[in-house]
Design a protein around this ligand. Sequence first.
Ligand SMILES: Nc1ncnc2c1ncn2[C@@H]1O[C@H](COP(=O)(O)OP(=O)(O)OP(=O)(O)O)[C@@H](O)[C@H]1O
Ligand SMILES: [Zn+2]
Length: 824
Amino acid sequence: MTIARVIVDVPSRETDRPFDYSVPDSLRDWVEVGSRVAVPFAGRTLQGIVVALPGDAEVELSRLKAVSDVLDAVPPLSEELVKLGEWMSRRWLCPLTVAFQAMLPAALKGRTEKYVSVADDAVFSDEELAEAGALLHALRKDSATQAKLSALLTKFQGSGAHLKRWLKQGRLIERQKVENRLSVKTVLTVFPRDADTLGAGKADIPARARKQREVIEWLEEHPEPIALQELAEAAGTTASTIRSLEERGLLEIRGVTEDRDPYADRDFPVSSPLPLTPAQATALEPIASAIDAKDRKVFLLHGVTGSGKTEIYLQAIQQALSLGREAIVLVPEIALTPQMVERFKSRFGARVAVLHSRLSQGERFDEWRKIREGRAQVAVGARSAVFAPFSNIGLIVIDEEHETSYKQEESPKYHARDVAIERARLSGAAVVLGSATPSLETYEAALSGRAGPDIPHYISLPERVADRPLPGVTIVDMREELKLGNRAMFSRELADALRDRLAKGEQTVLLLNRRGYATFVMCRSCGHTVQCPHCDISLTHHKGSGNMRCHYCGYAETEPKTCPACQSPHIRFFGTGTQKVEESLAHTFPGIRVIRMDVDTTSEKGSHEKWLTEFRERRADVLLGTQMVAKGLDFPYVTLVGVLAADAALRLPDFRAAERTFQLLTQVAGRAGRHELPGEVIIQTYDPEHSSVASVQGHDYAKFTEQELFIRSQLGYPPYGRLIALTFSHESVPMLLSVGQRFASGLKAKAAELGLASTELDVLGPVPSPIPRLKDRYRFQCMVKYRGELAASALVAGVLQGMGEAVKKSGVLTSVDVDPQMML
Ligand SMILES: Nc1ncnc2c1ncn2[C@@H]1O[C@H](COP(=O)(O)OP(=O)(O)OP(=O)(O)O)[C@@H](O)[C@H]1O
Ligand SMILES: [Zn+2]
């Protein structure tokens, strides 16, 4: 008997273990590790993933329930991805099914209806195909049909094993289940018979069926398959006329799967590899040899902005492809601009699949299928593209590896960098982590001198290509400006520089650093701020709608005319939003053409692309925006970069605030002077001495890092120590406190039992979370600080398990974040 070990899709700790099922004979050929199956579970039918096909079951065979169905022709997960999921579940303490769900395209989830289609390039004769097709339609009905089909196909192909392989590659027969047309797009297509059949058939058509005859004549001139609708239009007739020709056996109408290609209407100019500069060639060499040797190595490619890192990625990918292997390129969601995609599409054409959240669900599913079916060998995408269903990966590139968007903030709270390194270990691939400002974790590891397969090899590109200089950086102290009576948003330096660019017809990028700089509403008479009634957080003002909204729960109310607390009319909107900067620009520089890019102007599909094209074509003087203007842009006429409120995020209660600020400023500075025209950067700040601002001036990553690493080592923060954040939430504070304290003392007792000193493992809290109430639930947190070598996750999991019943009864929700990136 075949036994399938299944993880059911119920994301709870109680069901987070495998359950064994028997596999009925009719399904045996379809069940593999990674298959999606339907199984009976506690009186319901649930979906699950097969994680093993063990020789023996854990329970008595007679008590096993049977798998009720297999949900895909080709398993959506591979053995490698199943292993990766198991690792993720241990690493980030999430139920295994949650890890699996993160790997599956949304279009697959919950699909239950079935259909069967026969692929176009089948090697069967027409009659055989018809018979096989009919059998396939009946396939699910009974095992006798299944057996007959098996015999039939075996006859055609010589052997069952052979057949099965064909089945899996989806080339002969694809069996899929879909709930509706959303999952795959099929187009009814007409396949005409050969010329002789058509000629003979035409003679038999009665004279009154003139239209039918015309269709045949048209097909005799155009013998290629054609969409039914198109044929009807071309021949000036209806679909039903064409269907009657099918009944006469002169043609066949079949559904053909068509890709929804998000880039179908785009032309990508073909690009060939650039001759590398000596520095680039030296950098590529060890990466290429690791790919050659199937040597699993991790590289840190530390190259200043404009040093030509992307060209190195492209040539390393080329290397992997030439060896018949595949490549994954991760880029931050925000940098997935058309410009970035174009560089990969131009080099590798149709072999590139693109995966990101701005595609429709259907487009994403089709891109995913291209990968799984081997029609694409390069996946370019955001975080979740690390799960691209390739089978022979040679290279994983993570561009801007320091970016926070690689960490998922919902469960599974994984970091794509860590997942990539583990996936590379499973598949023998090389990993390239690229950045101008590597995360301190990666940088410290690379330079630590420690040995080990996960320790990155350090590669440095300290200069821009073609001897282009890095732009000069001026830091303007806004306190001085104020003293001199300048109350405007722009310092005199920045205003002069802007005026100069306007006169010369050159372009400017303006960054408004807005993280943690909400546009909240405050009364100037009494100091009252307008808060969300469900969350302890200020409401954010949206000028367009005249609304104030909570960014956490979506609560909205109209803006007040007078202060709700003291009735004073002097209630005003604080904080500088991009809208305000836009107004100020128009006021200060009459006639200036500004493109504003922020969440409000880019929510529509394709809007990103529209704005950037407009800017590239120099139909605007200034590109003004939030973080999204800082990354990946490469425009020849940008010679000025201005930063407003450089230090806005420095005051956030997060130990990475300085690192983030330095990275953002360096990134945006790097947008200036990337081509022939030299660039200049002006940074406005109230905190010019802060090292994260000051070090940008000399493009001095090393100096900034040295100071920052010293601070981290003093405080035991990453990379010198590691953290696990636990957030407990409930409607009642005393309940929270008691659960939080039970956890903290439980873990401390465990540490004492193991003889661990507090420098090796420490628990801080429970204390109220930085956002102490969300959606009417209070929040408390505990922070576990520990030395990296310790398996602290497992200890935490053990303590939580131990308090299981008590916590469950109390209704307290616990969320665990291993290696948290956001401290809010
Ligand atoms: N070998 C080369 N010869 C000529 N031009 C090159 C070469 N390599 C890169 N370039 C050009 O130099 C510019 C910067 O290169 P690229 O964008 O690859 O740098 P990068 O390090 O990835 O940049 P960033 O990290 O700042 O986005 C681009 O316009 C690119 O086309
Ligand atoms: Zn709220």
